[in-house]
Ligand binder design. Structure first.
Ligand SMILES: C[S@@+](CC[C@H](N)C(=O)[O-])C[C@H]1O[C@@H](n2cnc3c(N)ncnc32)[C@H](O)[C@@H]1O
Length: 376
């Protein structure tokens, strides 16, 4: 399929898109955005997303038959994004999970009421065992199993075949322990036994049976400016969405998934290098400018940079003005070609909707720039 033909997700069978939905992630953008950018820049050969989140851009590049690189400072994002680049049969994932579970239970069960109420005892043992084993593995099968686990770790309870391992919880973020315990206690909700291997098997089949061919690439866990300075490749298409100013919740809201990846069994409240932690708008603009400058250094002349950006209603900022200022401040040769409303369909989840529960959401914008002069 050519890049142009792939420009809309509707051009793909629904089952070829399932791997992209392996695990929800706050503030993911819809697949249409990177697919449209790929179609508009059909000579692209290698794609970069310096704030890759759950890897939507990387999956679009895979659909378009191109290699891609993603960078994110959040381990949960990087683990999900990594799976978007892997080619694997469902059987390989299930075999690894079975092998780990048959190897005997190990790992330390976290203490406290939250853990007793969130997972049934045997399910928790299996979960802890898989966590412990995966911490030591770095194969494609372990990366895929890790992402599958992140996707099934918590979510609503099903009446019939279970899809999630936890007691009732949202899928997109993990409730804070105190709140969750009160919620379950008030409703008399005890955790039920969920056979982990069965859920893994069903999920792996669903995600991988019709996954498109992978075309290579890599995901880096770390700060984007630091990582970009250590890369060798050159890119000709960059599609990305930085966190909105003052958005700091990526780590705390994903605390249960962070625990599965080796983090502490409680909510970490730090901001861990998140670019949006800057104290002032000016500092944030400057931090973004450094990212666009570092990106330019890894791009070819004529490269296209497409950015989706918005604002939290509570932050009272003008996203267009902020983004334009950051591109200008980068002094890196990016020439803005277009700024227009993102025109995201109302039903699609957007950063502004997910976080801006109070007040009216500010519309997102798409900015497109071209690298015309390389000033170093
Ligand atoms: C809006 S989200 C990207 C979502 C992505 N477009 C998707 O579809 O999933 C922004 C991401 O930037 C990441 N981020 C924040 N500061 C960063 C930094 N200094 N270096 C790398 N990534 C960073 C956050 O962890 C978050 O995952």
């Amino acid at each position: 399929m050519t890049v142009t033909a792939a420009a809309s997700p509707s051009n793909w069978p629904e089952d070829a898109l399932r791997l992209n939905a392996i695990c929800p992630y706050y503030t993911m953008f819809p697949l249409d955005f990177p697919l449209q950018q790929l179609a508009a820049h059909s000579t692209a050969t290698r794609v970069l997303d310096p704030f890759c989140g759950r890897g939507t851009t990387l999956y679009a590049a895979r659909l378009a038959g191109l290699p891609s690189v993603g960078i994110d400072i959040n381990p949960v994002a990087a683990a999900i994004a990594q799976a978007k680049l892997i080619q694997l049969t469902p059987g390989a994932v299930v075999r690894l999970a079975r092998q780990i579970l048959e190897g005997g239970m190990r790992g330390e069960i976290p203490e406290g009421e939250f853990w007793q109420r969130c997972f049934e005892q045997q399910t928790l043992l299996e979960l802890v065992t898989l966590r412990e084993a995966l911490l030591e593995l770095s194969t494609p099968a372990s990366a895929m199993l890790r992402a599958v686990m992140l996707g099934i770790l918590h979510g609503p309870r099903n009446k019939h075949l279970p899809s999630y391992l936890s007691n009732q919880m949202p899928r997109t973020y993990a409730s804070k322990p105190g709140y969750a315990v009160r919620f379950w206690a008030k409703r008399g909700m005890e955790p039920v036994r969920v056979p982990t291997l069965e859920v893994i098997e069903r999920r792996a089949k669903r995600l991988l049976e019709a996954a498109p061919l992978a075309h290579g690439g890599k995901v880096y866990l770390g700060d984007t400016v630091e990582t970009l300075s250590s890369l060798r490749q050159k890119f000709d298409l960059v599609v990305t969405s930085p966190p909105y100013y003052a958005m700091r919740t990526y780590v705390a809201d994903q605390w249960l998934r962070s625990w599965f990846l080796g983090g502490p069994p409680e909510v970490p409240y730090g901001t861990h290098g998140q670019i949006a932690r800057q104290p002032t708008q000016e500092a944030f603009i400057q931090a973004l400018a450094e990212v666009w400058a570092a990106t330019a250094r890894r791009c070819r002349q004529g490269a296209r940079l497409a950015i989706r950006f918005g604002a939290l209603p509570s932050s009272r900022t003008d996203p267009e003005q902020m983004l334009l200022a950051s591109v200008k401040e980068s002094k890196a040769g990016w020439v803005v070609k277009e700024v227009r409303p993102a025109g995201t369909p109302i039903k699609r989840k957007r950063q502004a909707e997910q976080f801006g529960k109070a007040g009216s959401a500010i519309d997102e914008i798409d900015l497109v720039a071209e690298l015309v002069g390389l000033r170093r």
